[in-house]
Design a protein around this ligand. Structure first.
Ligand SMILES: Nc1ncnc2c1ncn2[C@@H]1O[C@H](COP(=O)(O)OP(=O)(O)OP(=O)(O)O)[C@@H](O)[C@H]1O
Ligand SMILES: O=C(O)c1ccc[n+]([C@@H]2O[C@H](COP(=O)([O-])O)[C@@H](O)[C@H]2O)c1
Length: 206
């Protein structure tokens, strides 16, 4: 495999924002495959507030089913957390020695990138393909100051602004609202069947 898209996330729950990011990157960057990489322990999210990985993994399987170019990697499940991306890229490089990496993200992640673990090394290890996200304007001179050379590693995807976010979906479910048309129907059904996000207490592992 030559050109590999990598979409790391919490996917709590997965939604159409994730799927559009992956699909637009696949087409625009001519990727051979996109790996969805759920982080069991995302470094910048409080562990107690994240849904057990077994639920998130099952929802992600439902979300990507039917797209032959999409695949799930267990790389950030099968190793101890917190799941820093620079370590993930090191592991994936061993697994895919020949591949060119494109780490996919929304512009909120790009704004946060200087606070990730070893971001200087990270940007040497992969291209960053970024989808603009409402509310997260990237100030390039400031970013370039924090991470010299980053501009040359960035690819902006041409995608519509999609104001869909997992935290907003969780809030809607908790308040008895609708998430229809914001997540794939199979994901919506899973959330309701398992009573996810109904209250602030975390559900148990399925
Ligand atoms: N609507 C969107 N548009 C562009 N990128 C997105 C969108 N939703 C998520 N992403 C990107 O996908 C990656 C994984 O996101 P994540 O699983 O944390 O979802 P999220 O919606 O950002 O969650 P939360 O609202 O809980 O922070 C991140 O890089 C994020 O920027
Ligand atoms: O490496 C880091 O320091 C780091 C900090 C925050 C997030 N990440 C990764 O970015 C991806 C999206 O994370 P999140 O919290 O936005 O769901 C996921 O793969 C995380 O492991 C990585």
């Amino acid at each position: 495999m030559k050109r590999l898209g990598l979409l790391g996330g919490t996917f709590d729950p997965p939604h159409y924002g994730h799927l559009v990011l992956a699909e637009q990157a696949r087409i625009q960057l001519q990727l051979d495959r996109v790996l969805f990489i759920p982080a069991a322990q995302p470094p910048h999210k409080p562990t107690a507030e994240v849904t057990p990985i077994a639920h998130r993994l099952q929802m992600l399987e439902l979300a990507i089913a039917g797209n032959p170019f999409f695949e799930i990697s267990r790389a950030d499940i099968d190793r101890p957390g917190p799941h820093y991306t620079v370590d993930l890229l090191t592991i994936l490089r061993e697994a895919y020695p020949e591949a060119e990496f494109f780490f996919l993200m929304g512009s909120d992640s790009l704004v946060d990138l200087p606070r990730w673990r070893d971001p200087h090394r990270l940007i040497q290890m992969t291209w960053l393909a970024v989808m603009p996200r409402p509310g997260y304007v990237v100030h390039m001179p400031l970013l370039e100051q924090a991470l010299p050379g980053i501009s040359r590693r960035l690819i902006w995807l041409d995608a519509p602004f999609l104001d869909i976010a997992s935290h907003d979906l969780r809030r809607r479910v908790r308040q008895g609202g609708s998430i229809r048309y914001l997540v794939p129907p199979e994901v919506e059904a899973y959330i309701h069947a398992h009573g996810l996000y109904r209250n602030a207490d975390r559900p148990s592992t399925p």
